[in-house]
Design a protein around this ligand. Structure first.
Ligand code: SAH
Length: 243
């Protein structure tokens, strides 16, 4: 599914950034890089900063226009540090990750990054269905290109891991006690703590209400409630043995 996620870098001018972006992608399981009209080549600097992810940069497809890069994509999201200047549907980084994973199941999706100095043009931003903005320090909000790739790739991975976990773990169906079983427990508890004189016979509700609140908050499962009933029974038995 992650193979359907394209990371598109538009007009990148520092070859090292391509390498760092490749590394940022590969650690998150993304491998499809597209370079739109790069202003540098994939060189030594790229390979050095890519570390073990040189393959991602070397296999990057190079095209002339954003149009070409996204032609097979059903979802295109443009990332920008200043998206709010253009009125456009926005996604939070987390939502963006989830949306990518939902749609990557059906086909190709693209995350677009702009030039180091000038970002994406309005024309390019208008080719995107949504914009995503990493909510950084408003006074200094522009991340280094590869760091922006890292942050958004991480969100995609988190959404993917979440989906994987849901798929492979059967939903745990806890069995909770029914109302009458809870009432029987409260009755039992009250009897025992009256017996031990923890609460006074004339005003048992003061403590009982607090205990009810505690157990409502904890929401014991049926098995846990049975254990508590067992403890109460053992207390009763121990009292009657001593009598
Ligand atoms: N001065 C440029 C910043 C370019 S940084 C500008 O104002 O747009 C290079 C690319 O990194 C940006 O085009 C964008 O794709 C990405 N980027 C940087 N900071 C970002 C942020 N806070 N949110 C989303 N993308 C960001």
């Amino acid at each position: 599914m992650l193979d359907n996620v394209k990371v598109i870098l538009v007009g990148t001018s520092h070859s090292g950034n391509i390498g760092s972006a490749a590394r940022a992608m590969k650690v998150m399981g993304l491998t499809e890089m597209v370079l739109v009209s790069p202003q540098c080549s994939v060189d030594e600097q790229t390979m050095s900063l890519a570390s073990g992810a040189g393959d991602v940069a070397q296999h990057a497809k190079i095209v002339d226009t954003l149009e070409e890069a996204v032609s097979d994509c059903a979802l295109v999201v443009g990332s920008s540090a200043r998206s709010r200047t253009l009125e456009w549907p926005m996604l939070e980084p987390r939502e963006c990750g989830v949306k990518f994973i939902q749609e990557a199941e059906k086909g190709k999706v693209a995350l677009v990054f702009g030039r180091e100095r000038t970002g994406l043009t309005n024309d390019e931003l208008q080719k995107c269905h949504y914009h995503v903005c990493i909510p950084a320090n408003p006074e200094y909000s522009s991340l280094n290109l590869a760091m922006a790739v890292q942050t958004l790739s991480y969100e995609i991975r988190m959404a993917w891991l979440e989906k994987e976990a849901q798929q492979y773990s059967a939903p745990v169906e806890e069995e909770y006690p029914r109302h009458k079983e809870l009432e029987l427990f409260y009755q039992h508890l009250e009897n025992v703590i009256l017996d031990t004189q923890f609460i006074a016979k004339d005003k048992p509700n003061l403590v009982m209400n607090k205990l009810r609140r505690l157990f409502s908050r904890a929401r014991p499962e049926l098995q846990e409630l049975n254990m508590l009933r067992g403890i109460l029974t053992s207390v009763e038995k121990s009292i009657s043995d001593k009598k």
